[in-house]
Design a protein around this ligand. Structure first.
Ligand SMILES: CC(C)(COP(=O)(O)OP(=O)(O)OC[C@H]1O[C@@H](n2cnc3c(N)ncnc32)[C@H](O)[C@@H]1OP(=O)(O)O)[C@@H](O)C(=O)NCCC(=O)NCCS
Length: 270
């Protein structure tokens, strides 16, 4: 689930290409309680009215690979997001935990994930560890992202990653995702993406969720279409995937009023 605009898919995969300034890291507040999903001010961080929110370019983080896309920007004064959990049929979506690092590392060795997302390649264990222990919690705290681990609700096996990222004070976000190779084609990604979109529009009050994928990533396009995204066009050389390959990308979006296309239930048991 590394994806974004920026870093779309790559970011969700467990690694963000976004660099966060150390000055912002210093303002870290404790990871919020799980269970509720509303914005709350982060103590120690001045809260700005949305109209005054501004995006401030941050300097590169030497500890974090720049996987491409646009440079990381941090929205100053964004209230923290209270980390949430979502149950969707057989799937359970929850914030990432440090112990997920091993599974993220293992699953992200998959060639398709490395080909289509902005993951670094080779994808080292340290990348997964940094994602699970630092980047993912930081997104919630900074209010700029909502990265979910998608697990089997019964066995708790890690199946996929779905993330809302680049959340702005104006109500925009981008979605990114990946699914473990052994459980593809069962509707896991579609069901998880649909659930996160519902949560993003309903709980966060987002106005627009954007989707980006490298041209040719038909599986991702299929997921986007099944979950109500409307393809808007192609951006030239706008995405860096496969560990450094700059490519054209499809861009689409979903608005709150867009219907979810009818069809079979998104999750089929394998
Ligand atoms: C894209 C991805 C997340 C889809 O996960 P998934 O759980 O298999 O998705 P779903 O089962 O919900 O839906 C996949 C759909 O794509 C279809 N599909 C898969 N591969 C396809 C291909 N090569 N050509 C056309 N359709 C394809 C499946 O048949 C399915 O459609 P259906 O439900 O109508 O049968 C997964 O393939 C993946 O992790 N890919 C690598 C990482 C990636 O590309 N991430 C997205 C970056 S933008």
């Amino acid at each position: 689930m590394h994806s974004g605009k920026r870093q779309g898919d790559a970011r969700t995969a467990g690694v963000r290409s976004t660099a966060v300034s150390t000055s912002n890291e210093r303002r870290l507040c404790p990871v919020p309680d799980i269970g509720r999903a509303r914005r709350q001010p982060c103590p120690g961080r001045p809260r700005r009215p949305p109209t005054m929110a501004r995006r401030t370019p941050s300097g590169p983080d030497p500890d974090r690979p720049n996987i491409g896309g646009r440079g990381q920007v941090v929205e100053e004064g964004m209230p923290s997001l209270e980390a949430a959990e979502i149950t969707a049929g057989r799937l359970h979506l929850r914030p990432w935990r440090p112990y997920d690092a091993d599974a993220v590392h293992r699953l992200c060795q998959d060639p398709q994930i490395q080909r289509w997302t902005r993951l670094p390649s080779p994808y080292e264990h340290a990348h997964a560890e940094d994602f699970a222990t630092r980047q993912a919690p930081l997104s919630w705290v900074q209010g700029t992202g909502a990265p979910f681990a998608v697990v089997d609700a019964t066995t708790e096996e890690l199946l996929a990653s779905v993330e809302l990222m680049h959340i702005t004070a104006q109500g925009e976000a981008e979605i990114g995702y990946w699914c473990a190779a052994h459980c593809r084609g069962q509707g896991v990604a579609s069901q998880a993406v649909a659930a996160v979109c519902r949560w993003g529009f309903g709980t966060l009050g987002l106005s627009r969720i954007e989707w980006r994928a490298a041209v040719g990533n038909v599986a991702s396009l299929r997921v986007a279409r099944k979950t109500g995204f409307v393809l808007e066009g192609t951006l030239r050389q706008a995405l860096v995937v496969g560990g450094g390959r700059r490519v054209d990308c499809w861009v689409g979006s979903r608005l709150p009023a867009d219907p979810t296309p009818p069809g079979r239930p998104p999750h089929r048991s394998g």
